[in-house]
Write a protein that binds this ligand. Structure first.
Ligand code: 5AD
Ligand code: SF4
Length: 467
């Protein structure tokens, strides 16, 4: 569904707050630094780029070292329980340095949308200064200004349980020049029974194509080569009557300078022929398709409310392969959903064998408060879940190894992303299929597309030589 935009007046107001905050920040700190802890998915990463953009406009400079920061943002994820536990541990670590750094601590993202989390912070984490949710990120400058301007030491909490409007035109600090993420829609209407996302991100809201195309053209002018379109369910992108995800893909395909277009995540139940057609005709849209399976058992899929059966999923993959023979697939799988039997799990393994995924993102089922699966019968003991997880991993690893072996000796076109994290003399990039390739070369190649011969494989990456 399309949705109203935040008015230009409101955006201008936030710019004013940024300028006023900058004044205070420059007087209060010698070198104001911020650190941001981003958990979870690519959408959160993209939100963090926006939060960073606003902070830099307010005079803060980024640091990776939390110990020296004057402002810290936790952009949190609530998809699984362990992510939630980690954030409270990290918050606790800041207790000793908060005063010394005159630090402002902000708590944002999906966890802020959960009432029990807010209660916990109110009860036990007095060090948190600002809490805001996923619907009102654009209000961050106003909240921070209020905090900086405060005489008393009151916590600011602004979390909305109504769907926020789409906003355009606020600053963004991109992590990379050659690649950029573009959020095309927010929220989810699917209510898969295990998933917290529809509760913390609200209903589907699509950005207008003109705004997305404008952003992509600006990025291209700035040297960006690759864009990643983001949304919880991109193929239900629906900004207005008569315009859908296939239309958006084909419009983006025409932008000069953008050479690679990826998207994540589509939902198998909404993957229609028009999108398959557009991908098949384009030489820019990635042929690596993320097709979240979740389970290979039709019975479990029904309990999960996924809207497709095992057979329908395999049939979709077949139809994609018929039109796009070079298509490769990646997927998400949950093991140990309530009621999953050994037979159900075997069905999952069966699909993994048949699909020969490039990559399987595997998750152990984690109970989420307020979801339908929480109340289902037959929760699986932890040891059974772990045992199934390791069987799935063994299978997927063996498929990955076979796939990686096939690359050795081939020549691959690689977009050079930067220096390797572990070795400054080595450059790193990706093949069109998304595989990491490391090779020696000069820094001037960063952002360019080059040909690399693959000499060996190392499970998680390929080693290459420039030719
Ligand atoms: N437990 C485990 N995994 C989950 N995911 C979503 N919710 C849960 C949960 N409660 C997984 C799904 C989804 C991915 C982003 O996270 O596989 O596709
Ligand atoms: Fe969660 Fe399902 Fe929506 Fe994905 S499609 S965000 S798994 S509810």
């Amino acid at each position: 569904m399309a949705i109203n935009k935040v008015s230009q007046e409101e955006i201008n107001k936030q710019f004013e707050y940024m300028h006023k905050a900058k004044d205070i920040v420059s007087k209060r700190y010698k070198n104001s630094k911020y650190a941001i802890n981003t958990m979870g998915c690519k959408l959160n990463e993209a939100d963090s780029e926006k939060i960073s953009g606003m902070l830099e406009e307010m005079g803060y400079v980024k640091t990776e070292n939390f110990e020296e920061a004057n402002l810290v943002v936790f952009n949190t994820c609530s998809i699984r329980e362990n992510a939630e536990e980690k954030v409270f541990g990290k918050l606790g670590e800041l207790k000793n340095i908060k005063q010394q750094n005159d630090m402002i601590i902000c708590f944002a993202g999906c966890m802020s949308q959960e009432p029990h989390v807010i209660e916990k912070i109110k009860k036990s984490y007095s060090l948190v200064d600002i809490i805001f949710g996923t619907h009102n990120i654009y209000k961050f400058p106003e909240m921070l200004f209020d905090k900086l301007n405060q005489k008393d030491n009151k916590r600011i909490v602004d979390v909305w349980d109504i769907d926020g409007e789409i906003y355009e035109g606020l600053p963004v600090k991109r992590e990379s020049k050659s690649q950029a993420s573009i959020i095309i829609m927010n929220g989810c209407n699917n209510f898969c029974s295990y998933c917290i996302v529809p509760y913390v991100r609200g209903r589907e809201r699509s950005r207008q194509p003109e705004d997305i195309l404008f952003e992509a053209r600006e990025l291209a002018k700035d040297g960006c080569k690759e864009i990643l379109l983001l949304g919880q369910n991109v193929n239900s992108y629906n900004p207005r009557e008569g315009y859908n995800f296939a239309n958006l893909l084909s419009d983006l395909d025409k932008i000069d300078g953008i050479n690679i277009i990826r998207f994540t995540s589509p939902h198998p139940k909404d993957f229609k022929g028009d999108v398959i057609d557009v991908i098949s005709k384009s030489n820019k849209i990635s042929k690596v398709i993320h097709l979240p399976l979740q389970s290979g058992s039709s019975r479990v899929l029904k309990l999960m409310n996924r809207g497709y059966t095992k057979e329908e999923y395999l049939d979709l993959a077949k139809r994609i392969k018929e039109k796009i023979p070079e298509a490769l697939f990646t997927t998400d799988i949950i093991v140990g959903f309530p009621g999953e039997t050994e037979e159900d799990f075997e069905d999952t393994l069966d699909v993994v064998r048949k699909m020969e995924y490039e990559q399987v993102f595997m998750f152990i089922y984690s109970v989420r408060k307020g979801t339908r699966a929480e109340k289902m019968e037959g929760h699986i003991p932890e040891e059974v879940k772990s045992e199934r997880f390791s069987r799935l991993k063994t299978l997927s690893d063996s498929i990955t190894e076979e796939i990686m072996n096939k690359y050795v000796g081939t020549t691959q076109k690689v977009l050079v992303e930067g220096e390797s994290r572990t070795n400054k003399d080595v450059l790193t990039g990706r093949t069109w299929s998304g595989r990491i390739v490391n090779f020696e070369g000069s820094r001037e190649l960063i952002g360019k597309e080059i040909e690399v011969k693959i000499v060996s494989q190392h499970v998680w990456y390929l080693k290459g030589q420039i030719i």
